[in-house]
Design a protein around this ligand. Structure first.
Ligand SMILES: *[C@@H]1O[C@H](CO)[C@@H](O)[C@H](O)[C@H]1NC(C)=O
Ligand SMILES: *[C@@H]1O[C@H](CO)[C@@H](O)[C@H](O)[C@H]1NC(C)=O
Ligand SMILES: *[C@@H]1O[C@H](CO)[C@@H](O)[C@H](O)[C@H]1NC(C)=O
Length: 413
């Protein structure tokens, strides 16, 4: 059951039918390359092997996080004699294919980073004039996911290279999830990206600024997606997704409540769930947010509809996302709340489903996804829902549509 909103054309590599989930190093480990002084943090095969171990042993793979991905700073500063990219020999002495085999051996998938320009953002070799050979190299290494960045290239012609790269990726015969950064470079210059071209070329695309390790960065990204949702949301769907960037849950910048908010909004936006945290040391309460099965299920809902910002009520933003099951009179809905309040107590927000534009004569069953001890409740669309929400916190509810009593009677006959 797939709901197609508008455009039916899209990249057809069979991947990303629900938003991709995985782990990527950038937002926690950046470009640390000094393995002598920082052996546990540097970008090296050891780091990715240990993250792959944690992904499997600590339940992330079971929860759906399947890609282990290298970001920038993995390569040698020069291409080899055959014009091919190579890993830094000190930090990846066994080579990328060996690491890829290790990751696949754990039942995980493997992702890598490149840049369409002359250099990557951190100054490693870019793929300009080497697109085909790089696509072939990645396929030979067993790459399952490519993030292609857009530093050091003119943003006005940037889409040409991505479209060309997709052609070469396809020619390798290996299905490779393609994450494009081209809209980010255009939108930040005030140019509106061509989202139908993106949908035909990429499985996901970074629309806007890189996330940083702070709440202001999360709210800035959320605000931009809300302001631009009419232009962006119709292009999200199975196989192609808007990407507001990595989850920073468990890092330095977000409180527990703010982390719940990021997870709730990313779930509602049908955003890729790409963790970037040290899985060896993450505190259990943050791990529990990342592993919350009900919230992940909202994100991974097979309708693949990007949820929308609906209203700001008493400085609390409310977003909704249609999800399965779909009944005769309505979809079910996930409802996320993100508070901008800073008054130090659990604020009581009061609203009805009909105020959010959600109506059905048959009613709903309401579940509080972060508080499984709160009993399920039958409600109708005019009934007052009260949610207590802490300063700059996030909550998420699921209103499951009840089948219409008429159809229940018919089935019961
Ligand atoms: C290549 O593109 C064709 C046409 O869209 C598609 O059917 C095929 O699955 C693609 N192959 C890969 C490996 O992505
Ligand atoms: C990867 O390299 C390690 C040594 O660095 C070796 O022990 C191992 O057998 C290699 N694995 C594969 C799959 O080639
Ligand atoms: C956007 O891309 C589509 C599909 O590739 C193309 O048909 C269309 O002309 C492009 N629009 C603009 C304004 O360039």
């Amino acid at each position: 059951m797939v709901c197609i909103l508008g455009n039916v054309l899209g990249l057809d590599n069979g991947l990303g039918l629900t938003p991709p989930m995985g782990w990527m190093h950038w937002q926690r480990f950046r470009c640390v390359i000094d393995c002598e002084n920082y052996p546990d943090e540097c970008i090296s095969e050891t780091l990715f092997r240990s993250m792959a171990d944690r992904m499997v042993e600590d339940g992330y793979l079971d929860a759906g996080y399947e890609y282990v991905m290298i970001d920038d700073c993995w390569a040698s500063k020069k291409r080899n004699g055959n014009g091919r990219l190579e890993a830094d020999p000190q930090r990846f002495p066994s080579g990328i294919k060996n690491l890829s085999d290790y990751i696949h051996g754990k039942g995980l998938k493997f992702g890598i980073y490149g840049d369409y320009g002359t250099y990557t953002c951190a100054g490693y070799p870019g793929s300009k004039d080497h697109l085909q050979i790089d696509a072939d190299t990645f396929a030979e290494w067993g790459v399952d996911y490519l993030k292609l960045d857009g530093c050091h290239i003119d943003y006005r012609n940037i889409e040409i290279g991505y479209i060309e790269m997709q052609k070469y990726l396809n020619k390798t015969g290996r299905p490779i999830m393609f994450s494009c950064s081209w809209p980010d470079y255009q939108e930040e210059q005030g140019v509106k990206a061509n989202y139908s071209a993106l949908q035909e070329t990429c499985n996901l695309w970074r629309n806007w600024k890189d996330i940083e390790d702070e709440w202001a960065s999360v709210t800035g990204i959320v605000d931009w997606f809300a302001e631009n949702q009419d232009r962006l949301a119709p292009f999200a769907g199975p196989g192609h997704w808007n990407d507001p960037d990595m989850l920073i849950i468990g890092d330095y910048g977000l409180s527990y409540e703010q982390s719940k908010a990021q997870m709730a909004i990313w779930a509602i936006m049908a955003a890729p769930l790409i963790m970037s945290v040290d899985l060896r040391t993450i505190e259990p309460k943050f791990r529990d947010i990342l592993l919350n099965k009900d919230v992940i299920a909202v994100n991974q809902d097979r309708l693949g509809i990007q949820g929308r910002f609906v209203i700001r009520k008493e400085r609390i933003d409310i977003w909704t996302k249609p999800v399965l099951p779909k009944e005769e009179n309505t979809n079910s809905y996930a409802i996320a709340l993100m508070s901008r309040r800073v008054d130090g107590y659990s604020y009581r927000l009061n609203f009805t489903l009909s105020q959010l534009g959600i109506k059905s004569p048959d009613g709903f069953i309401l579940k509080d996804l972060y508080h499984p001890n709160i009993p399920l409740k039958e409600i109708d669309d005019e009934e007052h829902i009260v949610v207590r929400i802490k300063p700059s916190g996030g909550e998420i509810l699921l209103a499951t549509a009840k089948p219409s009593s008429a159809s229940v009677t018919v089935e019961g006959v």
